[in-house]
Design a binder for this molecule. Structure first.
Ligand code: ADP
Ligand code: MG
Length: 391
């Protein structure tokens, strides 16, 4: 398999000027403006194979757009090199690559020329571009008057009509109306079938999983994970939930407080990952700040993608706590866990039986991991016994 894009040891430094010197005198006295270096990319290396559909994911500010611009040749890396073969068309951040003062028509020709298309060849595709972008009446308007949707349409139309070998798409599939998004996606799929190379920055993790051959996750300018899209998307979701945890919601009126929740394997605090089919105990310690009648303790489990997977409470299992004053310890013993590989997040709460009053909730505060059995693709764990008899 030959390589379409080779990214070797790429770092990108932005120089940030914190403050403008307030006077010439100050500038002379201090010698220069205070600048700070900010590394948007650090030592990024990977290859994209010819014909590969590659997804770049990562949280805002992780460096995805910067990396695409470096690949497109719009930004020069501070360190490292990018080598790429073939015509590379980019649909980068909104308006990047367009000249605001020029008209739509002029921008189309400029863009095409930049990509090495002759005037004649551009003439030949011009009508298709305009039609695809649905901007017939606006081609003689300066693009600075375009809405974001119009910019995206023109950008996408240009990118797909210049016969690129490599196409870079930054997030744009999220902008614009649904009909246009569907058409873009359609085009991208055609490109994929034609064996062109695609690098797509996206927030749509499920789309990345379904469409892409491979993915990389950037985190603070560093490649945090790279590989099969399932694995990388899972890692991304794990990171997101960890991040959410820092802002974990706690709410409630606190007549009863949760002192803490913990997970146990048998009598011991849970250490390490569970195997599918193992049992686990969730222990919740409570303290009543004033006597409360008949509170209900509940828990919920969410997977790494924040899907609710299971929940239960003391009332459902016929346990009445009665009048609670002082402290209590509630134990939920979970039978063989039916989950396969992944991280699970535990929410615990105390509330009145009719749910009208929430005393205290800790949202996705605790977590445990279930191991993925090597080489298995099970969605769920089912306990099985097997036998044989002679007939
Ligand atoms: N021209 C620039 N000057 C200074 N900092 C920049 C510039 N472009 C991007 N950055 C910074 O680099 C980091 C990565 O940005 P970006 O690549 O746009 O991230 P993403 O696309 O993943 O959201 C951000 O912290 C951003 O503020
Ligand atoms: Mg971006």
């Amino acid at each position: 398999m030959s390589i379409a894009i080779e990214i070797a040891g790429v770092s990108k430094r932005f120089r940030m000027y914190r403050e403008k010197p307030s006077s010439l005198k100050q500038r002379i006295l201090s010698g220069r403006v205070r600048a700070e270096d900010f590394w948007a990319l650090r030592d990024v290396s990977f290859d994209v194979a010819e014909g590969e559909f590659f997804a770049l994911i990562g949280q805002n500010g992780s460096g995805k757009s910067t990396l695409l611009k470096v690949i497109a040749g719009i930004l020069r890396p501070s360190e490292g090199v990018v080598r790429q073969r073939g015509r590379i068309a980019g649909l980068l951040e909104l308006g990047a690559g367009f000249h605001p003062e020029l008209t739509g028509r002029e921008n189309v020709y400029l863009n095409a020329a930049f990509l090495g298309l002759s005037h004649r060849k551009t003439d030949a595709v011009y009508d298709d571009i305009v039609e695809f972008a649905e901007l017939r009446e606006f081609m003689d308007t300066a693009v600075k008057f375009y809405s974001s949707g119009m910019l995206v349409r023109l950008g996408f139309a240009c990118a797909v009509h210049v016969d690129p070998e490599v196409i870079l798409i930054d997030e744009v599939l999220a902008v614009g109306d649904e009909a246009f998004q569907a058409r873009c996606l359609d085009r991208v799929r055609t490109f994929q079938k034609e064996g062109r190379t695609i690098v797509l920055v996206t927030h749509a993790l499920d789309m990345a999983r379904q469409l892409c051959d491979r993915a990389a996750m950037l985190d603070h300018g560093v490649i945090h994970a790279i590989g099969g899209p399932d694995q990388v998307v899972r890692e991304m979701r794990r990171t997101i939930s960890k991040h959410d945890l820092e802002f974990a919601r706690e709410e409630g009126s606190r007549e009863i407080e949760i002192l803490g929740g913990s997970l146990h394997r048998g009598a011991d605090p849970l250490a390490g990952a569970l195997a599918p089919g193992e049992c686990v105990t969730l222990q919740v310690d409570l303290k009543a700040n004033e006597p409360v009648d008949d509170p209900v303790v509940s828990f919920a489990l969410h997977d790494g993608a924040n899907n609710f997977v299971f929940g239960s409470d003391t009332a459902q299992h016929g346990l009445a706590l009665g009048r609670v004053d002082g402290k209590r310890r509630v134990r939920f013993q979970l039978g063989p866990v039916p989950f396969t590989g992944g991280q699970y997040w535990v929410t615990v709460g105390v509330h009145s039986r009719d749910n009208q009053r929430v005393y205290h909730v800790q949202d996705q505060r605790y977590s445990f991991e279930v191991r993925q059995t090597e080489g298995r693709r099970d969605q769920t764990y089912v306990p099985v016994t097997v036998g044989v008899e002679e007939l």
